[in-house]
Design a protein around this ligand. Sequence first.
Ligand code: ATP
Length: 328
Amino acid sequence: MSLIIQADSVSKIFQQRKRLPGLSGTLRGLLKPETVPVRAVEEISFAIRAGEAVGYLGPNGAGKSTMIKMLTGILAPSTGKVHVLGRQPVEERVANAREIGVVFGQRSQLWWDLPVSDSFDLARHIYRIDPARFAENRAEMVEMLALGSFLDRPVRQLSLGQRMRADIAMALLHGPKILFLDEPTIGLDVVAKDVVRKFLARINRQRGTTIILTTHDLQDIEEICPRLIMVDDGRLLFDGPLRSLRRSFGARRRLRLDFYTDPGPIWIGGARPVGSSGTQREFEVDEDGRSLIDLISALPPGTPLRDASLHEPGIEEVIRTHYQRRRA
Ligand SMILES: Nc1ncnc2c1ncn2[C@@H]1O[C@H](COP(=O)(O)OP(=O)(O)OP(=O)(O)O)[C@@H](O)[C@H]1O
């Protein structure tokens, strides 16, 4: 498979207006604005092959949207280079737009007061889509995303889930090779999220459309994207399969013990106490190879053990712990 997207040491620095405290500060800021540089993206490199589905994950302000804007030609990198289908998006915005689809979860591309089908017709003119190809793509999207019941309704009357489905359909009418989505499931209920996720996984699999999506929601990644790129503070933290994230962040298994009566302090070699509440105790286990039997046999004889279990840390937990550690 060929490389379809490349980011080489990409940084983006914004100049943000400095806020000065108090009313006099606000007035001074208006008369003589001072700016401070903010590094939204710092020296990020990655390469994506045709047909991949990649999740771009990070907390608020991590630089996700900024990266999507650079890949779609909305913003130019401050330093470094971005290539999408062999082009620098910001230099060849129109040619780039013809081959990519973009969905911003928080901002619709549909015309608010027009019926959904009119927005689709306008997209056909804007992208100069061949009528036969348009008809075929439109029919496929209407069927796959179940748009039939609200195609004639103005966009402002749609639920968020319906609007998002229509937005995704619109971004695919010209048959783009790459689909960029910025928070496609934000604010959706569980059913609508499920529809969107299943659809995206399907077009990636069936049409081979390359997908890059930003999200805060790990479930999006688990269901759509075999590959995860994780950023924080503008920097790249992790790039690889979701399944190797645990190992790469050194996440440890947890031993949970429950006793009939409060056992007092408990010590188990190779396990670090991390929580205690009433008759329950929790430990982080240092070595991966140790079994549950091995661990509980280290308890002093006569300890009133009622139940014991060993847990792999959830990916959510791994990431939360990692971000907390970085911020500490
Ligand atoms: N146009 C802009 N001008 C100045 N600063 C900006 C601009 N756009 C983004 N920033 C700053 O760049 C940083 C990264 O913002 P960005 O929107 O890329 O993050 P994000 O990961 O998408 O966050 P969120 O999850 O909250 O949408 C933030 O500190 C933000 O305030």
